[in-house]
Design a binder for this molecule. Structure first.
Ligand code: 5BU
Length: 268
């Protein structure tokens, strides 16, 4: 079962350089926390990052909400990611045919492929979406997460869709590095993935302490329940950037998720 293996061991089971880097830096920095920094101004963005960079393994962005975005900002983030050893994940949720996503990934205002190590895609459009993105990423170290589950209440993803998404990932494991899956106590995704692919990472949004929702359909689980259920990385947004002291809050989430991981790998 991959959930009882350490991240460092799992780094050896994948050939994708981004997945390897992610597993290794998690172990090195002792963090399985991804910050979802959904703020709309560069200045605020950089202020928060300066406080939490040493506590996270991944910085998740929605660059299309940053009003003053420019490519210098993206370059600056890349520099920070090297300096503080975290990966950048643009949560773009591509969902179109292969040819269109290829253009969306490389062109326009954001040119995501140039600065984001990881991005993600819905699988509703089938294998073409993965092939389109993979061909656009060719020659660069990049990884793709597939949306196998979502945290939103009453979302339309079925068990069959999740299963097919995992199958699809296995056919493209040079580029696909894992999944977005929910943080409930439902072990289904973790057990589907564990069958043959310890190199896949499961990242889980919808994590917040002392809250069950946001009034707009989001549902929350705790760091401990997500990691115990087989998630590898917790994704936290408002729980950290919305707090009075984002640094100490980030550390709280990091500690809870890391302790749950240490407990998990000790179980036989
Ligand atoms: P929050 O502030 O911790 O609720 O933010 C969650 C982030 O994760 C936000 O950027 C969402 O777009 C993202 N997310 C999610 O909440 N649920 C999902 O199923 C997926 C992404 Br996929």
């Amino acid at each position: 079962m991959h959930t009882s293996m350490r991240y460092s061991e799992r780094a050896e089971t994948t050939d994708n350089p981004i997945a390897k880097k992610l597993f290794s830096l998690m172990e090195m920095k002792k963090t399985n926390l991804c910050l979802s920094l959904d703020v709309t101004e560069k200045k605020k963005f950089l202020l928060i990052i300066s406080k939490v960079a040493n506590k996270i393994c991944v910085l998740k962005t929605h660059m299309d909400i940053v009003e003053d975005f420019d490519m210098d900002f993206a370059k600056h983030l890349q520099k920070l990611s090297k300096q503080h050893e975290f990966l950048i994940f643009e949560d773009r949720k591509f969902a179109d045919i292969g040819n269109t996503v290829k253009q969306q990934y490389t062109s326009g205002v954001h040119r995501i492929v140039e600065w984001s190590h990881i991005t993600n895609a819905h699988t509703v459009a089938g294998y073409g979406i993965i092939e389109g993105l993979r061909s656009a990423a060719s020659g660069r170290e990049r990884g793709l997460l597939l949306l196998a589950q979502m945290s939103a209440k009453e979302n339309l993803i079925t068990e069959g869709y999740t299963k097919k998404t995992v199958e699809l990932a296995k056919n493209y494991n040079d580029f696909v590095i894992g999944f977005i899956g929910n943080g409930s106590d439902d072990k289904q995704l973790a057990s589907l993935v564990s069958i043959s692919e310890p190199g896949f990472v499961i990242m889980t949004p919808g994590i917040k302490l002392a809250s069950s929702g946001d009034g707009l359909g989001q549902s929350y689980a705790t760091p401990q329940s997500a990691i115990t259920a087989g998630s590898d990385v917790i994704i936290v947004g408002r729980g950290i950037y919305g707090a009075d002291d984002p640094a100490s809050e980030a550390d709280k989430y990091r500690r809870l998720a890391w302790d749950a991981y240490e407990k998990r790998v000790k179980q036989i």
